[in-house]
Design a protein around this ligand. Sequence first.
Ligand code: F3S
Length: 401
Amino acid sequence: MYLTKEEEQIQSGEAGETLRKAIEILVALGDIYGADRLIPIKSAQIAGVSYKTIGDAGLEWISDLEGQVKVPATLNPAGMDMEDWERLRISPEFAEKQKRIVQAYKKLGIRCGCTCTPYTLEGFSAGYGDHLAWSESSAISYANSVIGARTNREGGPSALSAALLGKTANYGFHLDENRVPEVSISVECSLRESDYGALGYVAGKIIGNRVPIFRIKDTPEKDDLKALGAAMAASGSVALYHVKGVTPEACRLDFREPEEKIIIERSQLDEVYESRKRAGKEPDLITIGCPHCSAAELKKVAELLGGKTVSKETWIFTSRELKNRYPEYIRSIEESGAKIVCDTCMVVSPATNSYSCVMVNSGKAFAYVPGMCGAESVYGDMEVCIEEATGGKGKKAGGSH
Ligand code: F3S
């Protein structure tokens, strides 16, 4: 891989040990994947934040780093709400380690937004054709597919290295030839809301890590695409997809029709919803917000919960920035007894581990909760989740409404 004079000096340690390690990681990846050079990036999003997933070894690695990031960089969800961790019964020992991890990132100049929807943060926008180094799989899928930006599936260390150098290795999804659809998926039924998460769950299992182009009858909203991509990245490892007539590259570029064609029917999506019937138990935790709720989703949850009381533990995940921006939705949700939780999620927080059956409206959470939290997961759309949370009948809150 070609390195500039300045990059060679960094490689030989002249700019300090942190940057030497950072370039070593990027060059190693570049050599493995055949990159020709390093290219500048616009931003970085860094996974590997929850103490639950990175442990003491990760904490130590990050704490040893010095310097400042060269491009805007933000963090993936941590293992707890950084301001209100006691509410979900996180242990003080866990909280102490988690705070040290976030502090170590902060010291490097990284914004501690702790969200998997960095594209909703003020001042963190990504545009068509921008090169990025993002590392949370749903955010990667959204950046590549919905925004038309370009990022590989970075690991935490490589995204952090890219942030420190302001560059990444030029391979994979940074190159036009790897962004071409490899398989065509026709969806035979109409889709609404959580159908997109169910579709992503089914499609990801079939296509693995290939780039699909969907033919869908309906016109999906951005949140529908967010759910589709998140689920495909979890049940498979899809980092980029196109939707004919909808996503930016499918609209601007003249893709050749892939030879392989797959049809997905309603009955395959129904099987995901039937997880509720198949479950051997009743859900004891209801969670919404994987990926973190957008403003529109918070509004919908607030409307569905308005004037009702939850009778089951109910957690709604969003970014702290959106929580602060929409106090009226937050108030309405919290009046029901549901908890708004920021900086973390049902998968990366240890809080979920003490429940046995988690109801979700996310194909990604549906795929990950069993392995990551040791609980069964069942799938339902947002309305059904809220019905489950409120005891099925939408009880009025204590007569006060
Ligand atoms: Fe985000 Fe956690 Fe889901 S990081 S995409 S809410 S598993």
